[in-house]
Design a protein around this ligand. Structure first.
Ligand code: AMP
Ligand code: MN
Ligand code: MN
Ligand code: MN
Length: 294
């Protein structure tokens, strides 16, 4: 596949595949919209096939399913799992699995436990580093979750007047290398893929260009991802440059992987993103839809 095969022309797909979005977030994790509002927004944007992929939780799925029925669009079960690989954190999107399968429940349970412990520790560190009291409790209240992720701590810090904005909170406290970063015992790449596959789903490596991998390292990662049962690579995403597109096209050609796509929409404040607004799908590109009978 030549470079530049994914021109940034979102509303004019090459194939007649239904408009889809397989990566987005709701208030059930770190998104700004309720699952129902997210689904309504997707439908209004012309999305016909949607997966809500909140971080390590299925808490939004039931509400999203109901809203999708009302809006007359199709919803695939989805999740974005934080995993450990080679001493770093990767994100795996699971699609089309049985949400009631024991392997998925166990995966979510163990990730939520890890997230709860991490949130307690982040809260304790922030109390000291930012001169706050009860950071954890405040962030629970703000998020409505017992295991709030880092974006919620960032929002709490903004509300407490300790940082200018959420990005500042990450840069000053929350990102790796900063004083309140807490490394987390995420599930391994292999175990996450195995759980998704056991539940009948497809495992997709999310946003492969966001890990600062060299080409060589990305290929090593994909070898292990495929060996573990991974089947999808998220290549239809907004904002890739020509070089990144060429690299992903090469990976699709060289590995037995199907293409997935998603906006990674979190909030309407990201005005440069919209649900379902993806690069056009090249006619010859194998899509993960083919693996799921959708
Ligand atoms: P968590 O899963 O709790 O570690 O939170 C990860 C989420 O925080 C990601 O999905 C992004 O939405 C957001 N995020 C991660 N890193 C950054 C960063 N450096 N700046 C701003 N947001 C970030
Ligand atoms: Mn997120
Ligand atoms: Mn991610
Ligand atoms: Mn995401």
């Amino acid at each position: 596949m030549p470079a530049g095969i994914l021109p940034d022309n979102p509303w004019n797909p090459v194939t007649d595949t239904p408009r889809f979005d397989f990566h987005c977030h709701s208030l059930a994790s770190d998104g700004a919209l309720t699952p129902a509002d997210l689904v309504a927004r997707a439908a209004a944007a012309g999305v016909e096939l949607l997966a809500l992929t909140d971080h390590d939780t299925l808490a939004g799925q039931a509400e999203a399913r109901e809203a999708a029925q009302q809006a007359g669009i199709r919803l695939l079960p989805g999740i974005e799992v934080s995993v450990a690989w080679d001493n770093r954190e990767l994100h795996i999107v699971g699609l089309g699995f049985d949400p009631d399968h024991a392997a998925i429940s166990a995966l979510v349970e163990s990730q939520q436990q890890a997230r709860t412990r991490r949130a307690e520790r982040i809260g304790a560190k922030l109390d000291k580093a930012a001169g706050l009291a009860n950071s954890y409790r405040h962030t629970i209240r703000l998020s409505g979750q017992t295991a709030p992720g880092r974006p919620w701590f960032a929002k709490m810090l903004v509300a407490a007047g300790k940082v200018r904005d959420e990005q500042h909170a990450f840069n000053r406290f929350l990102k790796p290398g900063q004083s309140c970063f807490v490394s987390t015992p995420w599930v391994t790449l292999e175990d996450a893929i195995a759980a998704i596959r056991a539940a009948g789903g497809v495992a997709v490596l999310a946003h492969p260009t966001r890990y600062n991998f060299t080409r060589r390292k990305l290929r090593r990662c994909l070898e292990q991802f495929v060996a573990g049962g991974g089947q999808g690579l998220e290549v239809l995403t907004p904002g890739l440059n020509n070089q990144q597109q060429a690299l992903l096209a090469e990976c699709l050609r060289d590995f037995p992987l199907h293409a997935s796509g998603g906006s990674d929409f979190h909030t309407p404040k990201q005005t440069w993103l919209e649900l379902g607004r993806l690069p056009p799908v090249p006619a010859e590109m194998p899509l993960v839809q083919a693996l799921m009978a959708v």
